[in-house]
Design a protein around this ligand. Structure first.
Ligand SMILES: C[S@@+](CC[C@H](N)C(=O)[O-])C[C@H]1O[C@@H](n2cnc3c(N)ncnc32)[C@H](O)[C@@H]1O
Length: 394
């Protein structure tokens, strides 16, 4: 976004014009919207207002109404932390009682919730137009245009946030060179600050996480969103934590672990959430559930008594069978079981391919848990069960 557009949007005239816009849906035609707005505004303003209206609709579709009043850019919205994750981060930072500096503040997704506790909060942003919008979005914070690599404040006295941007196309593999500020710069800043929280992509290698830091694998809904690296004040070196939001469920590496010995599938099987596997806490969850692993390389757990925890899906085992499409088809047909869901761990066949190979089968909805146990491809036919009070699908 250019600076003139950002200035207009942040001005009283721009804010008033935005407030007067009719509701817009994500799928609305931006050209039609601009034509309508041109009847009341000069072309540049009509274009700026239409862009905001569409971006706000996109933000509402993604985050609910939490970010409704924010001024946005397309890339800024893409990179913005989910509000539920930002709120929890802010609560943890606020509890430290230190002034907070977000050195890569973007539009203020992380910085905004940090101002709620009344502590001094500063945002640093390299891009001028983004900084203008952030200043309007987070009036309770001070906003500085600057380079995080040369912070314009004493980070030794601050709790800092670092959420480096990533080059396009660098999403899949962890490439330290793809970050801005560079990954090594982020680590150096984090180790200098009084306290630091560094946001990393879910795929980061464990080797890249300093041993002196605490790591969290943060999941929102079904998706693993980020690895959060905490250091300095308030961080517990070496601790790993699985964080599941919005449930607000946690599991840490200080909890006891189930014994490492594997056991055959019992009456129940548990499928841990991604935050548990990513934090390397499967046996810790096993202890909580009173369950053991089926195979030391595979995250499925099993027990003879049912347990329910937000960190895992619980299944009642109906049948355990070596993998063969023909045999599986026969079993499903014989029992009138319809595979409504296929989950897999350490299993080479794509769920959609397996469904196609099995063909149409009618009957009770069941889940297939496809895996490899002691080197043998195995299918566990199972029924999802939930705690007595919870609604189906929760
Ligand atoms: C991933 S975004 C931050 C998003 C923010 N946490 C949020 O939730 O809205 C990273 C931001 O850092 C800015 N940035 C990148 N390199 C920077 C640097 N060296 N100094 C300051 N800001 C930088 C980018 O312009 C971008 O706005």
């Amino acid at each position: 976004m250019d600076i003139a557009r950002a200035r207009y949007l942040a001005s009283p005239a721009g804010r008033a014009a935005l407030a007067a816009l009719p509701p817009v849906a994500v799928r609305d035609d931006p050209n039609k919207l601009v034509s309508t707005l041109r009847r009341s505004y000069p072309p540049a303003e009509a274009s700026a207002l239409s862009e905001q209206a569409i971006l706000n609709a996109r933000a509402a579709a993604r985050f609910g109404n939490a970010q409704r009043a924010m001024l946005l850019t397309g890339p800024g919205l893409e990179m913005m932390t989910h509000p539920a994750i930002a709120r929890r981060r802010a609560e943890r930072l606020t509890a430290l009682g230190l002034p907070i500096a977000d050195l890569t503040c973007g539009l203020g997704g992380d910085l905004g919730p940090c101002t709620a506790g009344g502590l001094r909060a500063v945002g640093v942003e390299r891009d001028r137009a983004t900084a203008i919008l952030a200043r309007a979005n987070i009036p309770a914070a001070s906003l500085v245009v600057g380079d995080a690599a040369r912070p314009p404040l004493h980070i030794e006295e601050h709790a800092i946030i670092l959420d480096p941007s990533r080059r396009e196309g660098a999403r899949r593999t962890f490439d330290p060179a793809a970050f801005s500020p560079g990954w090594d710069t982020c680590l150096a800043l984090a180790s200098t600050a009084r306290a630091a929280v560094l946001k990393a992509p879910p795929g980061i290698d464990h080797a890249r996480i300093p041993a002196s830091a605490e790591m969290e694998a943060v999941q929102f809904g079904a998706g693993l969103r980020e690895i959060t690296i905490w250091s300095g004040a308030g961080a517990v070196p070496g601790l790993r934590r699985a964080v599941l939001l919005p449930a607000g469920a946690f599991l840490t590496s200080v909890e006891a672990e189930a014994p490492p010995e594997t056991v055959p599938a019992g009456v129940f099987v548990f499928d841990p959430e991604s935050c548990v596997t990513r934090a390397g806490l499967v046996r810790h969850l096993g202890h909580r559930l009173g369950a053991r692993m089926l195979d030391e390389q595979v995250a499925y757990l099993t027990a003879d008594t049912p347990s329910f925890d937000p960190m895992a899906a619980t299944f009642e085992v109906l049948e355990v069978t070596p993998f063969s499409v023909r045999r599986l088809k026969e079993t499903l047909r014989a029992h009138h079981w319809r595979p409504a869901e296929i989950r897999r761990r350490a299993f080479p066949v794509e769920p959609d391919d397996l469904l196609r190979l099995l063909g149409r089968i009618e009957g009770e909805e069941i889940t297939l848990l496809c895996t490899t146990i002691a080197g043998a491809r195995t299918v566990i036919v199972a029924r999802r069960i939930r705690p007595p009070s919870s609604p189906a699908g929760a």
